[in-house]
Ligand binder design. Sequence first.
Ligand SMILES: [Zn+2]
Length: 313
Amino acid sequence: MLAEKRGIKRLRVIVAAFLAAALCLSLGACGKAEEAVEGDGKPVIVTTIFPYYDFAKNVCGDAAEIVLLVPPGSDSHSYEPTPKDVQKVNACALFVYTGGEEDGAFAQLLESADAEVASLKLIDSVEPLKEQLVEGMEGEADGGYDPHIWTSPKNAGLICKAIHDAAKTIVPDLDDSLYEAYAAQLDELDADFAAYFAEHKEPLIFGDRFPFRYFTAEYGVEYYAAFPGCADYTEPSAKTIKTLIEKARENGVKTIYYAEGADTSAAEGIAAEIGGKTALLHSCHRVTQAETDAGKGYLDFMRENLETLKNSD
Ligand SMILES: [Zn+2]
């Protein structure tokens, strides 16, 4: 099923890339696309998803124009490149993306752009982890790397360092103190999570999908969830729900989590069964327009997650 879904996705990407190429030929306007990206004279950095957009903004300040490719409220897992996206990449000074099998549509996008576009593949900046099926989980581990690398604050630090170093090549006089100040806040966040998990050993239980593989690995936290990663799945089976209820009871867990944008009904059903509650842990992946408008960033979402964890008993 999953492989079939991915196959269709891949086909769509190829079709989209072909359409983009065809459009370029017919308009003869692919070399430069000034109207696609307003850089205001500054170098433009195109980022694929919100966390990288937020990191680049914090690390670069006003020295570069940061563009977010996947608009707020839409899902990067089902991303399909548009001709306009190809123009944006063609016109940028640096393209920042995750890389890896699960991020294939963005690699395709980069391939359909001019060869000389500088790119930063962030999965190379961290220790990549494979998607994993834990007890009770449905779906199939396809052997690919989980793409949610930023959910570990330590990785976020490594990612920011990589963005800073790459940005220096296009903005030589970049103010290093921006990166240093932001990295210090990430270190503090990491220390606060480490302190919390040193005292709280119960597993995290998710009623739906699970984008926190790197986060739980960082702090040695056990977890259970209905599905790996955060692609769209149908609702979990009765057997999966039963396993999650058992795990919650065995471990005295009182809060069942869901990720942002997830279907909360399974989490609610499990919580009702154990006499507990549900809570959101935000992976910073599917950020909404309202959250963007409110000026929220990675540190805000992660600080809220820490508060949520502290209130989980
Ligand atoms: Zn995701």
